[in-house]
Design a protein around this ligand. Structure first.
Ligand code: SF4
Ligand code: SF4
Length: 376
């Protein structure tokens, strides 16, 4: 095993290969507070990439309700239990990663889901963490009955477990954008990647007898466009771009700004040790212990920062740009009341007002001499 630095853990860790970062790294931020579980993203992906034979059960993009939703069943709960204590101290992870917890002779700890584990992708949908009495209502931040939606794709990890576990060397991480792909010509269907990926984002195709996974819509990425699940997101919760290492973070790079500068977007289960590159704004109404387990020790501070966005023009402006262009946003600025986005080649993509004007209409329309029924 090599020794590599994982900035999400704040320490060096063991990994199967030496550190070898790409020229730039595909990354994304998902704002969980805006997701409505409409599954448009899941369907956009399904109709684009997984409508073939052997792919029926596959959802490269899925949206599950936490705490009781899983696809496949128990994907995270089973691993969290196997990992043992997962304490953090001053931002440094003190527990073991899935690579460090591997038994002698194995590359990592993992498990292979069974066919039935994939059969109920909507398991637990809209179920809250506790029973809700008849007539009760939810009070954000103070209720024990909570749930939220977690949209998930492959994280195109810096230290991919799928890649580390493939005995054929069929999985590779692209130098130019950090996207992780499976070479369909080399794959022999051993399914070690399915067992190894803790996020369960590689899938075995029983017809082609090879494994498949999210490809980050790389034909779109190569043309400066965001993937299908981003472009079609109804809630405008997603933005795709490029993430730097913390020492090279740029304030005008939208992903760097949210991840490194403001620390409002956090990795999913950083303790697994893969340095995943999809970052989440945690849901504001969920108890801190659950969020710390899921997104690391920065979750309470991230929520405070997110709540302050209403009075923070730069943060509010950047969130307003989510979902406003199909192109990858490489740079942004907020000038006065306008948020501006630029693409990979420096071209201006879009300008949006940070706050939409509010018009209050009179309840009586003088010109038509009719009442307006939409005024309460
Ligand atoms: S999320 Fe899983 S499939 Fe995707 S790169 Fe990481 S380990 Fe591989
Ligand atoms: S399309 Fe967007 S809002 Fe709808 S479920 Fe997917 S991530 Fe959530």
């Amino acid at each position: 095993m090599a020794r590599v630095f994982n900035h999400q853990l704040g320490r060096v860790m063991s990994y199967w290969f030496p550190e070898n970062r790409p020229e730039r790294q595909f990354a994304a931020v998902f704002d969980t507070n805006k997701c409505i579980a409409c599954q448009t993203c899941s369907l956009a992906c399904k109709t684009t990439w997984t409508s073939g034979r052997g792919q029926e059960y596959m959802l490269w993009n899925n949206v599950e309700t936490k705490p009781y939703g899983f696809y496949p069943i128990g994907w995270d709960a089973r691993l969290l239990e196997a990992l043992g204590p997962q304490a953090w101290k001053d931002g440094v992870y003190e527990g073991r990663t899935i690579f460090e917890a591997a038994p002698a002779g194995e590359r990592l700890i993992g498990f292979a889901p069974e066919e039935l584990d994939y059969a109920h992708p909507n398991l637990g949908e809209d179920e809250s963490a506790a029973a809700v009495d008849k007539g009760a209502h939810l009070i954000a931040g103070r209720a024990n009955a909570w749930m939220f939606y977690a949209a998930r794709i492959c994280n195109h990890c810096t230290y991919p477990a799928c890649l580390a576990s493939c005995p054929r060397g069929s999985i590779y991480k692209r130098r130019e954008d950090g996207i992780v792909l499976i070479d369909q010509g080399r794959c022999r269907g051993y399914q070690e990647c399915v067992r190894g990926c803790p996020y369960k984002k590689t899938f075995f195709n029983p017809v082609t007898r090879t494994s498949e996974k999210c490809i980050a819509c790389f034909p779109k990425i190569e043309r400066g466009l965001q993937p299908q699940c981003f472009a079609n997101c109804i809630g405008k919760i997603r933005s795709q771009g490029w993430v730097s290492t913390p020492d090279a973070a740029r304030e005008d790079n939208p992903i760097d700004y949210l991840v490194h500068v403001r620390k409002v977007a956090l990795p999913l289960y950083p303790q697994f040790g893969l340095e995943p590159n999809v970052y989440y704004v945690p849901p504001v109404h969920v108890p801190a212990p659950f969020l710390v387990q899921m997104f690391g020790p920065g979750a309470p501070a991230a929520i405070e920062t997110y709540r302050s966005a209403a009075h923070d023009r730069t943060l509010a402006g950047l969130f307003t740009l989510f979902g406003c262009t199909e192109s990858t946003i490489a740079r942004f600025a907020v000038r006065g009341d306008t948020a501006i986005a630029w693409g990979n080649d420096g071209e201006e993509l879009v300008r949006v007002p940070v706050r939409e004007p509010v018009t209050i209409r009179a309840p009586w329309d003088e010109s038509l001499a009719v009442p307006r029924w939409n005024i309460p």
